[in-house]
Write a protein that binds this ligand. Structure first.
Ligand SMILES: Nc1ncnc2c1ncn2[C@@H]1O[C@H](COP(=O)(O)OP(=O)(O)OP(=O)(O)O)[C@@H](O)[C@H]1O
Ligand SMILES: [Mg+2]
Length: 283
């Protein structure tokens, strides 16, 4: 594995702000990994995302994307093509009245030949399960469907990395589920590097890595099950934990031998059943 995004001692201060919004961030994002980013409001998640594709430039330190420094103006186009950003509100990302025209927008601006655009648009819409809606009007779609179209619009640029800043915040539970499962399959089957900023703990469970931001710094950076095993630590930071993590932690305190390595509801139920069986068999 190689680092696709490399933060070296990055600090960032907004022009009129009295203090840094990020300080001393050292971070490497490996190719093909699914990374989730959690943190309370104002902890610096969106700032971090914007530094990843050169929308913001570090005040100190450097950010490199696939070996290119975001501070190097001549590389910025390649960097923006490499790191696709998806935002919270799909309505702000949709620019056309027809789904397929919307998805074609970015590759058209890149000067891609029409035949290739057609292929890219079809492929991107299939990847997000919206191909049948290609002739539809985006504003008539559900929030989740619109967000999938917005993701397709970014995929049509063929980025190596998808950075999503709370893409499910405005969606209903079904829309959230759909978007998350598409992101997981883009990563697991398509090899896409995914960085998902979210407020929903459940969306972090299947990630390879979970980064917790706190007051402009990285406060935790580990596998989700390890981060969530520190229930009290997360609560001190004002963060919640997934139901399964809390249950496993409570049962461990009661002496049930659980590892808590995986936090999906199914894995949690299986572990509890096995551990309860073992306890019941003890003389
Ligand atoms: N344009 C701006 N000018 C000045 N300060 C800003 C600006 N945008 C954000 N900040 C400040 O930078 C810090 C980090 O903000 P950021 O938006 O990155 O946090 P966040 O973790 O994304 O928060 P949220 O969960 O609310 O989206 C906050 O203290 C915020 O007030
Ligand atoms: Mg934010």
């Amino acid at each position: 594995m190689s680092a696709l995004i490399q933060f070296r001692n990055v600090s960032f201060r907004y022009p009129d702000a009295g203090s840094d919004s990020l300080h001393g961030i050292d971070l490497s994002i490996e190719e093909g990994q699914f990374t989730a980013v959690l943190g309370h409001n104002g902890s610096g998640k969106s700032t971090l995302a914007r530094l990843m594709n050169g929308l913001l430039l570090p005040t100190e330190g450097s950010v490199c994307v696939a070996g290119l420094d975001t501070a190097n103006a001549s590389d910025i186009l390649r960097i923006r093509q490499t790191v696709g950003l998806v935002f919270q509100n799909p309505d702000n990302q949709i620019v056309s009245n027809v789904v397929e025209e919307d998805v074609a927008f970015a590759p058209e601006n890149l000067g891609i030949p029409p035949l290739e655009i057609r292929e890219r648009v079809d492929a991107a819409l299939k990847q997000v399960g919206m191909y049948e809606y290609r002739q539809h009007a985006p504003h008539l779609l559900s929030g989740g469907q619109k967000q999938r179209v917005a993701i397709a619009g970014v995929l049509a640029m063929q980025p190596k990395i998808l950075v999503l800043d709370e893409p499910t915040a405005m969606l209903d539970p079904q829309g959230r589920k759909d978007v998350l499962s598409i992101l997981l399959s883009l990563c697991r089957s398509g090899g896409m590097t995914v960085i998902l900023i979210t407020h929903h703990m459940e969306e972090c469970i299947s990630a390879d890595r979970l980064i917790v931001m706190s007051n402009g710094s990285v406060s935790m950076d580990a596998a989700p099950a390890d981060v969530f095993s520190d229930v009290e630590g997360l609560e001190r930071e004002g963060l919640d934990v997934p139901e399964t993590a809390r249950l496993i932690s409570d049962l461990k305190k009661l002496g049930l031998p659980l590892s808590g390595e995986t936090l999906s509801a199914e894995a949690c139920a299986r572990q509890i059943a096995e551990a309860a069986g073992r306890s019941a068999c003890r003389p």
